[in-house]
Each structure stands twice: as structure tokens, then as C-alpha cells.
Design a protein around this ligand. Sequence first.
Ligand code: CA
Length: 673
Amino acid sequence: MRTICIFSILFVLVLLWTACRGAKSGLSAPLTYDQYPVYTGKDLGMNWSPSAAVFKLWSPPAEAVQMHLYERGSGGSPLQTLPLKKGKQGVWSISLKGDMQGKYYTVQVRIGGQWLAETPDPYAKAVGVNGRRGMILDLSSTNPAGWAADKRPPQAAFTDIILYELHVRDLSSHLSSGIRHSGKYLGLTEMGTTNAGDQSTGVDHLKELGVTHLHLLPVFDYRHTSVDESLPAQTPQYNWGYDPENYNVPEGSYATDAADGAVRIREFKQAIQALHNNGIRVIMDVVYNHTGSTTESVFNRVVPGYYYRQNADGKYSDASACGNETASERAMMRKYMIESLRYWVQEYHIDGFRVDLMGIHDIETMNLISADLHAIDPTIFIYGEGWTAGGSPLPDSLRALKANTHRLDRIAAFSDDFRDALKGSVFKHEERGFVSGRPDEEESIKFGIVASTMHPQVDYRKVNYSKAPWAKEPFQTITYVDCHDNHTLWDRLAISCQDANEAERIRMHKLAGAMVLISQGVPFLHAGVELLRSKQGVENSFQSPDSINRIDWNRKTQYVSVHNYFSRLIRLRKAHPAFRMPSAELIRTHLKFLDVSDKNLVAYQLSNHANGDRWKNIVVIFNGNKETKTIQLPRGKWSVVMEGDEIDEQGIRVVMRPFVELGGISAMILKED
Ligand code: CA
């Protein structure tokens, strides 16, 4: 009996020793990221009230968390260092009594006995200069006068949208803009500005042109290594900003004072308000697919590794080609994206998002984002790049790639099929496209005209990239020919058509503009395309100086006929619902391609008051050949409404014969009432 007892005690002791040893030497398996507890509350980050500021941080692996309070956003020693208390679901919290408005803070997490570097938390809503410290702020104090009455301009259907893609600095950094707040958010609030030829610039120009949405290149806080917010405004610095630092805070270098965390918030809201007052909605370019730094990111400094995908060898995968890719499929990254986007909509009244390298994100997350945002407002527009910049460990079938767009809920993707068919591949600078006389692009052009949807007359086998329709509905296709990436259209035509004179290249440029603005889908214009914008041949101007990137408003005087052509095209599109049908079924019913045997020539008819158009029938013809072409017209009484530079809805001339002649490198539209 006694022997059994001694053996039992020994056995228990051995068990205990093994368990202790295992814990000390790490033999008990650590939690995998997917086993981390998930926080279900919606109050992460700093939440101010007059009586207390309550802060919560999610960090399951932390052994301890502390907060440092500071007087300013940079410099000085901490006023206080306070410990956070561990709660449920991996959340640490602290309540700072009293009105803490205006104080700055960092958090610091201890893991494996080591304190990691100080950082703002991922949910920081306000920060000091260069985003190094969070700021405690009553957000309502940043609202401009009349903010409560700010409303989104009306929008009926997604296919009514006309996007205009702009970098904040580019609008106002050329003297010719006449804008006082050069390179700033406030430049977007100045009205009545003109160039030397007395033509409108800035927001007045956008109104005159008629675009409905201003798509801003990154305006969230990006890395100080790209643009140092602490340097004087006249220091030459420029970056597109695709290197996120603080996702929920506006970039400081576009504010008149980057040191006071409230100023950038107020001024960005003022810009949004001014655009809304002028009938223009605002789209934010968002880059949740990676962080600017891997080791110094706000994610890795609070929960190392968790927010990123890893390869089988445990190293960071890099589908962004920027050193890392985030893991949208992981519960707390997914939650972060949803809450961050919702925050921009609710706090800043943002009207939509362009998702950078959307193909890195998983489909399920994108659809949850869509459901969440569209529950707030069904008119919010979401679109993205349906590709990546490198391989990802997440299978293609799960990612929001262009080919999977039909599985995305109310989300659109850019059509590189149409873009490259129009001007040639962005990877082959000398290659020509439809507008510059390259034959055999007709099927890709037809695919673009029907906005990548299923149409019985498109032979998908002959389409340049996609061999099947990828958009379920036309609004899921962003129709474009150039954007901030790669050469501007005007530079591209100069490089690929060195034998063409300027007049010919202008015709090509205008033909591309017409094909973007008359086709189905959602048209997208790169800012300044209507002024033959040039970046002096620089293909990737992400950190080129203002002298390369800025819009030269003198070109509006120099190339006024091009500007007028684009603004008339936009007016025509807006006046005629036939050019912006909201469903693929309507396109299949009302859009019929005409039988033309010539290369580099595409023609189609929009019949029977398509989408309620007041014109009974419309014929559209695009001719990429240098030569004049003759087109057989369907039976009817046709008048030309668009020809050469002229657009006149009343009719320029009546066509007396069953055919029409169309000049080289041009677009033509005819109507039958
Ligand atoms: Ca910054």
C-alpha cells in the first residue's frame, strides 16, 4: 500500500516536472495565428470623452503593455508611463481620467521578456508629425462649419459614374493653377482659380469637365521615409504614398500644419465638403495589402507576424512586391479592414474606395466589406486592381482577382484588357494599340465596349488577356486607357508613334478618350488626360519631383480643343443613358455590333431607345486606321451627331445614303430620332 503511494507521488512529481520543463523550454506548442482569440467589440483604439479617454489594444501574445503619454507629437520625455490591464479576448485596456484632449501617446508591448519599440496603435485616429505618436482628440472639434449638413451628391446608378484620378499635389503645385494652397488639401477648396489664359483650374475645372467622382491617390498617412512631414513646405519632396503607416489618419504633408494632429483632419474634411458642395463625390485610394515597413509597422509592433501572410518556410510572403503582404483572411485583419473603411465613410463622408492590388485580398473579406459599406449607403462605389505584384500563398481561387470579379458583390475591377488593346501593352513601350493603328485588337475592343460582360457577338478566344467574360454586370468594369502608373497616354503615343506628327497623335489621343467615355462600364480618366498631360516620358513618377508630376494648366489654353472634346464627350454620355446601361442583360438586348470586314474598325448599334434613351437608334463607329473608311449603315434616317472635333446633339448633318464615310483615326456617332 505504502509502496503504491510512494510510486503515485513520484509519478505525479515526474508529470509536474515534465510540464514545467515543457513550458519553460517552449516545448508546449505556441498558439498559431489562427488560434489567437478574436476580439468581437468595436471599440479598439483611443476613444475620447470629456471625462475620460478609454484605450484598448488587441495583443494576445503580449506579456505586458504600457502607454507613454506626451505633451507633443514629437520630442520631449513622457509625461507619464502607465500599465494597461489585460482583459478578455486578448485585449488590454486603460482609462485615462479627465479631459485628455490634445495629449499624444504611444504603446509598447512586451513579448518574450523584451519591450518592442513604441508605436501608435493600428486604430490611431489622429497622430503627430510623421505619424510617430497617436493623439487624443475630440473628433467633433475637427468638423468644419456646416459638416453636419454635408451630403453626398446624388447618384442614381454606378454606371453614371465618371472617375477622375488625381494626386493632391498635382492639382495645385504648378504656378499656372493660380491656387494659393499649393500641394495642399485646401487647394481643393479654392474656387474661381484660373490660368493665365483666364480658363478655370482646380475644382472649377473639374466641374466644367463634368466628372462625377474625384479619386485621390493615397491620402492616408504614409511613411516619413517617403515624405518627411517635419521639413518646411518648400523642401522638394514628392511621393504617391503607396507605403502606409497609419491607415486611419490623413497624410500630414498635405496639411498646412503637420505637427498639430487636428489640422490634417480638419483640412481633409474641408476638402471633402468643398467637393461635395460642388457636386463631386470623393474616392480614396486604399492600400491595405501591405505596410510601408515590415519590422516597424503598427501591426508588427503590437502583434508580431499576425497581420501578414507567411510562406511555408515562415518568411513573409510578398505579393505586393513591397516586402510583405497582409493576411485579409485572418479574423482580426479582416475586422481591421472592415472597421477602417467604415470609419472613413462615417467620419469623413468618403464616397467610395479604389483598392490597391485587390487581388491580394480574399474574396470573402471583400464581400464582407461590400456588405458592411453598402448597408451604410448602397451608392458607395468600390473598385480595385484585380491583380497582384507577385505570387501569394493564398490560392488564386480565393482571391479578388479580375477573373473572379463575377464572384464579388458590387465591386468593380480595372480592365487591362481594354487599356492595352487601346494603346498597346504597358510592358512593351513601343507597342501600338487600336488607336495607334495596330490591327487585330478588334475583339478586345468589343470586349471593352460591352464592359467585360457576356455578349453573344464577342469571340472571347480572340481577346488579348481574358478568355471569358469576368464582369457579371457592366458597372464591374473600370474602363480606362491610362492612370498614374506607367506613361501618360500622351507620352505613350509619343514613344510608340515616333513617325506620327502631333496632329495625328492628338487624333489618337481623342479617339482613345471617346472610346473610354462612350463605351459601357464605368469610365476612368487620369487627371490631365484632357490636357494631353505629359510627365516628360517618365514612366514611374512615384517619387519624381513636382516638375514631372504637376498638371501644367497652361496646356488647357494650348490644347483647348482637346479639353473641349473631352468635356463634350462627358456631356454626351450624361445626356444619353444608352451609353451607360446598368445591366448586362440590357447590353445584350440593345447593343449589336455591325458587320465590318476592315481591320482596326469597330461599329455597333444601340437600338430601340436603349436604357430609355430619347434617341431611337444610335450608331457608334471607331476607326483606328489612318485612312478614311466607309461603313454600311443599318436601314434608317441617320444624322451625324459626332464627327471630328464636333459634337452636336441636334445633328451636324443628315446622311442621305445607306453608308457613311468616317475620317482616319476618329470616332463617329449617328442618331435616328
Ligand atoms: Ca506621413
